[in-house]
Write a protein that binds this ligand. Structure first.
Ligand code: ASC
Length: 149
């Protein structure tokens, strides 16, 4: 029982740590943070997408590792779209802050598709990976069309 309580507290601390990460010293740090997360995500997704497109040889192990990193990174940018970070070195449209629910829907859709790509990459089946890459790409594009300048 004591062990269970300790575990529960540890788990709760992990969950509470996520919003704490949303604190940034200045708006510019939030912008850099989300751009960095998206960049690392794109680099890893792009590696898998290049394999899916036949531009580079298929390497199942590298694809699985890259999809894993991309999936983790896909969770990070959203906490950095904080109030006041709509101005600066950013292509973020102001609608992100006025249509937050819609923006969050796009963000969640992409994370869901990336998780499916992660699962597909673990199977090593190139056809499944191709389908999942297409869905991730579509979810990136949909959000960019709506919310990126
Ligand atoms: C990428 C990337 C995007 C998406 C998009 C898919 O690799 O940088 O923005 O995929 O091009 O349509």
């Amino acid at each position: 029982m004591k062990k269970l309580t300790t575990l529960t507290i540890a788990a709760a601390t992990l969950v509470l740590a996520a919003p704490a990460m949303a604190q940034f010293a200045k708006p510019d740090d939030a912008i850099k943070y989300r751009q960095s997360a998206l960049f690392v995500m794109q680099q890893n997704f792009g590696r898998v997408a290049a394999m899916a497109a036949g531009k580079v040889p298929f390497d199942a192990k590298l694809a699985a590792e890259s999809a894993d990193v991309a999936t983790f990174m896909s969770k990070l940018p959203w906490a950095a779209f904080v109030d006041g970070s709509d101005k600066g070195n950013t292509k973020a449209k102001p609608q992100i802050w006025t249509e937050k629910a819609k923006f969050n829907e796009y963000a969640e859709k992409m994370q869901g598709e990336m998780t499916k790509l992660d699962a597909a990459a673990k199977t090593g089946n190139l056809d499944s990976i191709k389908a999942a890459v297409g869905a991730v790409g579509g979810s990136c594009k949909a959000c960019h069309d709506a919310f990126r300048m």
